[in-house]
Design a protein around this ligand. Structure first.
Ligand code: ADP
Length: 492
């Protein structure tokens, strides 16, 4: 029996592929960056063929570098940048327009047109009416590409998020499908009824015939065309990147939470069978759907996590390397009088003040580089606490926090995070959790694992950080943050 899994991880700036063995051990990987297109301010596009070609090349290379052939691969898992929107010709496979990337803000005005329906949209989809999500991007393409609306209505065009585009190409045009996590980011999917929502399709005037079939995250999505890897391989798993990370982190019970610290930070909390409607403008989303059972999640993000450290390094030139932040923070200690609020692009949950701008407080003549750098790291932790407090306010208290992303190698940051949150932080042995999550889904379909519990048992931690601070100091530190935030933004 084939014992290996190929994970295709299609991200915003690069495509990657990783071969894992059935125990979740990394065997080989490949990565290709591709071009970002910015045709106008606020617009971000990808060439659909770049997305497909780089993914295919990485997949082939990873299999070869692992010393394997297609017959050794039990199944393929796909994970992807979410919400990015593609429309192509059903007969020729030719995209009618470049991929409109999730970051693209061109549909802000279209969103305005639908503002009367914002509440209904949010109730059905768990999302906020925003250009990020696919619905208004589809509307834009159908409006701006000549004849596209008519062709869509005539059943000549297909829509897909990146997973669907890859799947369609992998299967030689045979599978036009997606999974429930990706569907839940389109703003057209009713997360309670688990189907495309007729009212929303009517509202946005999007013909149902262009939409993919929505399946469980672990499903048989079809077989790859033998041309690509030499033999057909079943595509057995699909999940959006953050949801795949939730799975790769083994967060399978209510209250388990994962946080990814890269440029920004994404926190996803498993809320079990409950689709909680947030009163703090967090997103309600499908965590995963397996055997027809939906597990819901709450999602919140921090705009500036590693980006704050990048700014300190490249903008202020206070450090030469991001890793220098650790020794400087060790020298400063917790009692740093300086607070930095890195609201470079406004503040997200739970403040939601798009006009707020960054500030530093508590500066004295003694303030030096180390205090400023430390304040940048501390801000990431305080914002994580803001998100977990918002989630608790919506009804679920986080237990242990499982972390991944480029920043988590910083031990000082991890210990401070544990101390500010008052919960255990665990760092896994395999930090490529997104790719791993997609591989696990594929492995479930291929029969390498029989239950999620079995998958959860494979998760191994590399190090954990226990809170050591007493409650009083923890709250005093956090009060200092809230005070700093209150000076730059509207009261919540
Ligand atoms: P992304 O996937 O968003 O590109 P990564 O997960 O690769 O990001 O993480 C890179 C980020 O982590 C950078 O913003 C960098 O500033 C930050 N970073 C890297 N190493 C450290 C460190 N030792 N301490 C703090 N931040 C770090």
């Amino acid at each position: 029996m084939s014992r290996f899994l190929l994970s295709l991880d299609q991200g915003t700036t690069s495509s990657r592929a990783i071969v894992f063995d059935s125990e979740g051990k990394h065997c080989a990987s490949a990565q290709r960056e591709f071009k970002q297109h910015f045709p106008q301010p606020g617009w971000v596009e990808h060439n659909p063929s770049d997305i497909w070609q780089t993914t295919l090349e990485c997949g082939r290379q990873a299999i070869a570098d692992a010393g394997l052939t297609a017959t050794d691969i039990a199944a393929i898992g796909i994970t992807n940048q979410r919400e990015t929107t593609l429309i192509w010709d059903k007969a020729t496979g030719e995209p009618v327009y470049p991929a409109i990337v999730w970051q693209d803000r061109r549909t802000a005005e279209i969103c305005q047109d639908f503002s009367d329906s914002a509440e209904a949209i949010s109730e059905k989809t768990g999302l906020l009416l925003d250009p990020y999500f696919s619905a208004t991007k589809i509307r834009w393409i159908l409006d701006h590409v000549e004849g596209a609306q008519q062709r869509a209505e005539a059943g000549e065009l297909l829509f897909g998020t990146v997973d669907t585009w890859l799947l369609w190409n992998l299967t030689g045009g045979r599978s036009h499908q997606t999974d429930a996590t990706n569907a839940s980011r389109t703003m057209l999917f009713n997360i309670h009824q688990q189907c495309w929502d007729d009212d929303l399709l009517a509202l946005f005037n999007i013909p149902a015939c262009i939409l993919p079939e929505v399946k469980d995250s672990a499903s048989d999505f079809g077989a790859s065309d033998p041309t690509w890897f030499g033999e057909a391989i079943t595509i057995g798993g699909i999940a959006g990147d953050q949801q795949a990370a939730l799975i790769g982190q083994g967060c399978f019970t209510e209250g388990m939470v994962k946080s990814t610290y890269g440029t920004g930070c994404f926190v996803i909390l498993n809320t079990g069978k409950r689709a909680l409607q947030s009163s703090h403008r967090l997103l309600t989303t499908v965590g995963y759907r397996i055997n027809g059972e939906v597990t819901y999640a709450l999602e919140g993000s921090i705009f500036m996590a590693g980006a704050t450290i990048q700014w300190i390094r490249d903008g202020l030139r206070l450090i030469g390397d991001a890793s220098d932040s650790q020794s400087l923070a060790e020298a400063t200690g917790y009692d740093n009088p300086v607070y930095m609020v890195p609201a470079f692009a406004g503040l997200g949950a739970p403040y939601w003040d798009a006009d707020a701008r960054g500030a530093m407080f508590g500066l004295t003549r003694d303030t030096g580089i180390k205090e400023i750098v430390t304040a940048g790291l501390q801000a990431v932790c305080y914002q994580t606490r803001d998100l977990l407090e918002a989630m608790a306010g919506d009804g679920v208290d986080a237990g242990e926090l499982r972390v991944d992303g480029g920043m988590v190698v910083n031990d000082w940051l991890m210990q401070f995070l544990a101390d500010v949150l008052g919960i255990r932080i665990t760092r896994p042995r395999v930090t490529e959790t997104t790719a791993l999550g997609a591989a696990y889904l594929a492995g479930l379909t291929a029969g390498l694992y029989s239950t999620l519990e079995e998958v959860g048992d494979l998760w191994q931690y590399e190090q954990s950080f226990e809170p050591e601070l007493n409650q009083e100091r923890r709250e005093a530190l956090y009060d200092g943050w809230k005070n700093a935030v209150s000076r730059i933004c509207r009261p919540v």
